[in-house]
Write a protein that binds this ligand. Structure first.
Ligand code: PEP
Ligand code: MG
Length: 902
């Protein structure tokens, strides 16, 4: 306990004291610097101030007690190691102060280099660099610039402007042409800018510089752009950042110095090799700023073979140690290589699969680990069609890839126009500055959506994702002129009707029509290619990892399908049955007329006649589906949605009747229909006459459906098939509802069974909160449960599912009320709690009760993990998401097995 107490108050760790598993405390950068230090790699010495110190500072506005002393101690140790004192006029130690949170937030927070320089130590630095005055004054001006901007909020443009002026005066465009005198003069100008904005002189005390820089890094955690980034990436707001204080090494000391970045494998394709860039005589910020062109890393072999060879050795060590692709930042100071950073590198979705499979082949990781390293989101990305970039299409702009896919169409600038053109069969891309609920019809009509403002949580992004529509947001180089019906970008004008192509995965916007390629991964799932018939390493990698996921998972994966072709496709994608066959659509089209007759029936005979006409049609539907899913369970849900959806809209009918009456025509049929529509009109149809309520109110409706299912199964069995029907009753809230339906259904099944024996289960959806809360009672009457998490979310939150995503979810996401729509990913605490209660109480009442889920969440990666945890038997999702669910079910199984054994 005493040790834990002390550890809690340790706010500063030397690099030699940390390791890569301490990311929570030391941030990603600090933890990895520690790991490299302990591997004996050449890391400049330094120390890390913990995220706990940052949290304490952000909570109180004061540095926590003890922090200043601990910094003193570690700084003294650093000075001793380097044999120099911070800012010593004769021989200064300089340090960099760098942020580093647990999760990488590229470019979001702050860094200050060259801390420790002042009017005196600049001379000492020059002496250290062998009398290189130019270098010393350049370093000083960089400090004032970075410190001014980061720590004291001096507008960065003022410094840039002064630098440009100095170059102009010298008649050059290149920083390197400025000599020591120019830079000394520039330092004078910079200091004036600094004091004009801050009302004080540039701090000359090195320790004050250090303290202010540390504080600024802490504060940068709450800078607007960092807050926004965290919200978009769903990084918790309370983690705080660590601060790394590192002895400076210089890549800008001459041609024997330089800086670079490297990957141990190609992060785009996963191919093994040396990938990276090098820039001689430069510091890291020059690479980022793109001031001069880098050279491929291979060139370093020619420039400095010793450093190159050492770098390759280190890269191999890091890959072996991290057992993964690493990315690296390094600096060479006068022929001496220094490692400034490493981390497990980001990669494309395809590379994630390929690298994981490669590492298995190389014996570095096992298949469980490979499965852990890929995600369903990556697999989903690989299943979208992609643009064929072979012809190097012209990129007009780049925004945020907000909803994946490749969309091609004519640019249109207002919603109504999008609808008009789409009606004429034209593909369109709706281009707006930003969207609002009025744009919904246009968004629905468009192939894709492009906005110049907003990010991943903007209205356009949220709604497009909900619709599964391609969307690029925040392409801020576009000047969108909605009135003028055009946008301009980099001198180009795109007018209404011009073709554009948008890539919702990469955020790229292309001029003209770019060819779309089908996904190799989908072709694999379709059975068009196999690892044996293609050289594509992606297909082999996906095959290998999917096979392992299938072997590992405990959850079965079914599909939501209500036609034969959908069922067949889902089966090819690996579906192990149908978890939801919605029967509503079977009543549309030319059958609508029969449904109208059923609803309007005034006598039993009329109703029976309508039902008798529907029966053979329904039976034929089920025969086809049972055939496609032969040998696998098929859950057929009795009709669910509100009846008004089957009748003409009230306004339209009223107009027809009025017109007919005015003309003196016979409107008897429409009048009867209008009366019925009026009678059935509901203010809130989603909470009205739906589901089981409908079955109990319209005599014979459910009975007809049950008979169609039983007879179809009997027909299949007679023909040698193996049908496995399950009848599911929707929207049950009380066991009595289910009992009533079940009693009638069992009678019909028994009648059919007299001729042909087929086993048929009867179960219920759990989608009304009351059903979840009384699941113990309901389980007495149900042979299975299937969670309808769409309705359970709607009714659990009181959110109208058809309205809220377009109306206000973007605002909820912006405010961080939730990080993702609860219709997209299960709300674990609320709706998830209802699920848990129902599973536990249902199984307590009926041990071994089969339980699945058929709401949209069944195909959402995060939610699949939740359903694994609560012990469901299966998830069911749309055919296209079946592979994603299989993969995530496998990941959930290996991850929970891993944590059980820990
Ligand atoms: C559900 O509510 O989750 C469900 C699957 O049913 P539907 O979406 O058809 O209401
Ligand atoms: Mg439902």
């Amino acid at each position: 306990m005493a040790a834990a107490e002390t550890a809690k108050h340790t706010y500063v760790y030397d690099f030699a004291e940390g390791n890569k598993d301490l990311k929570d405390l030391l941030g990603g950068k600090g933890a990895n610097l520690a790991e490299m230090t302990n591997l004996g790699l050449p890391v400049p010495p330094g120390f890390t101030i913990t995220t706990e110190a940052c949290q304490a500072y952000l909570a109180t506005g004061e540095q926590p007690a003890g922090l200043a002393e601990q910094i003193d101690t570690h700084l003294a140790a650093l000075e001793a190691t380097r044999g120099k004192r911070l800012g010593d006029p004769a021989d200064p130690l300089l340090v960099s102060v760098r942020s580093g949170a647990k999760f990488s937030m590229p470019g979001m927070m702050e860094t200050v280099l060259n801390v420790g320089l002042n009017d005196e130590s600049v001379a000492g630095l020059s002496a250290q660099a062998g009398g290189n005055d130019r270098f010393a004054w350049d370093s000083y001006r960089r400090l004032i610039q970075m410190f001014g901007k980061t720590v004291c909020e001096v507008p960065g443009e003022e410094f840039e402007h002064a630098l440009d002026e100095a170059k102009r005066a010298k008649g050059t465009g290149n920083d390197l042409d400025l000599d020591a005198d120019d830079l000394r003069a520039l330092v004078g100008t910079y200091k004036k800018i600094f004091s004009k904005h801050t009302g004080r002189e540039f701090p000359q005390d090195p320790r004050e510089q250090l303290d202010l820089a540390i504080r600024a890094v802490f504060d940068s955690w709450n800078a607007d752009r960092a807050v926004l980034y965290r919200r978009q990436e769903r990084i918790p707001a309370d983690l705080g950042t660590a601060v790394n204080v590192v002895a400076m090494v210089f890549g800008n000391l001459g041609s024997d110095s330089g800086t670079g970045v490297a990957f141990t494998r190609d992060p785009a394709t996963g191919a093994q090799g040396i990938y990276g860039d090098y820039l001689a005589n430069a510091q890291g910020e020059d690479v980022v700023a793109g001031i001069r062109n880098t050279v491929p890393l291979q060139e370093l072999e020619r420039i400095d073979k010793r450093s190159y060879d050492e770098l390759l050795r280190i890269m191999a060590t890091l890959e072996g140690h991290y057992r993964d692709l690493c990315d690296i930042e390094f600096t060479i100071e006068r022929g001496k290589l220094w490692m400034l950073q490493t981390r497990v590198g980001k990669r494309t979705a395809a590379a994630a699969f390929i690298i994981a499979a490669q590492l298995v082949d190389e014996g570095i990781i096992d298949l469980d680990e490979a499965l852990h390293r890929v995600t369903g989101a990556q697999l989903a990305q690989l299943m979208f069609p992609r643009f064929d970039l072979g012809g190097a299409p012209e990129v007009l702009a780049k925004g945020v890839g907000a909803s994946p896919g490749a969309a091609v169409g004519k640019a249109v600038f207002d919603s109504q126009r999008a609808v008009e053109l789409a009606k004429q069969g034209e593909p369109v891309i709706l281009v707006r500055r930003e969207t609002n609920p009025d744009d919904l019809p246009g968004m629905i009509a468009a192939q894709g959506i492009l906005t110049s403002r907003g990010g991943k949580t903007s209205h356009a992004a949220v709604v497009a994702r909900g619709m599964g529509k391609t969307c690029v947001c925040g392409a801020d180089s576009l000047e969108v002129d909605v009135r003028g019906g055009q946008f301009t970008v980099g001198g180009h004008t795109v007018r209404e009707g011009d073709m554009i192509s948008v890539d919702g995965t990469t955020g790229c916007v292309y001029r003209d029509k770019v060819q779309v390629q089908p996904s190799a991964v989908v072709r694999y799932f379709e059975g068009d290619v196999t690892p044996e018939t293609t050289e594509d390493p992606l297909v082999a990698a996906v095959h290998r990892i999917m096979s392992h996921a299938d072997a590992a998972r405990r959850l079965r994966v079914r599909t939501n399908a209500d036609t034969g072709p959908d069922a067949a496709r889902a089966r090819r994608f690996g579906a192990e049955g149908i978890g939801l066959c919605r029967t509503e659509h079977m009543f549309l089209g030319d059958r609508r007329e029969l449904v109208e007759r059923l609803i309007l029936a005034r006598t039993d005979e009329e109703r029976q006649a309508a039902l008798a006409a529907l029966l053979p049609l329904q039976r034929a539907d089920f025969v086809e589906i049972f055939r496609e899913m032969d040998g696998l369970p098929v859950t057929v849900r009795l009709i669910d949605p509100p009846l008004h959806e089957f009748l003409p809209p009230l306004e339209e009918l009223a107009v027809n009747v009025a017109v007919a009456q005015a003309r003196g025509e016979d409107a008897a049929k429409d009048e009867a229909l209008l009366a019925a529509v009026r009678r059935m009109h509901e203010q809130n149809p989603m909470l009205g006459l739906r589901g089981v309520r409908l079955g109990l109110v319209i005599p014979g409706l459910f009975a007809m459906q049950v008979r169609a299912i039983a007879e179809a199964a009997a027909e299949r069995a007679r023909d040698g098939g193996d049908p496995r029907p399950e009848i599911m009753v929707p929207l049950v809230g009380a066991v009595q509802e289910l009992e009533t339906v079940r009693a009638e259904a069992e009678k019909i099944i028994a009648e059919v069974r007299r001729e042909q024996s087929v086993e048929i289960l009867i179960g219920t959806m759990i989608e009304v909160p009351r059903a979840a809360l009384t699941a113990g009672q309901i389980a007495e009457a149900a042979q299975f449960f299937s969670f309808g998490t769409n309705d359970l979310t709607q009714m659990g939150w009181g959110f109208s599912r058809d309205d809220v995503e377009g109306a206000f979810f973007w605002r909820y996401l912006e405010l961080g009320i939730f990080g993702i729509s609860p219709f997209e990913s299960i709300d674990r605490e609320g709706v998830g709690r209802l699920v848990r209660i129902a599973v536990d109480e249902g199984r307590a009442a009926r041990p071994g009760l089969k339980v699945g889920v058929c709401g949209e969440h069944g195909g959402d990666p995060e939610s699949v993990h939740f359903f694994h945890e609560v012990g469901l038997d299966y998830v069911s999702c749309s055919p296209f998401r079946v592979p994603v669910a299989r993969l995530e079910a496998g990941r959930a199984a290996v991850e929970s097995a891993g944590s059980d054994s820990r």
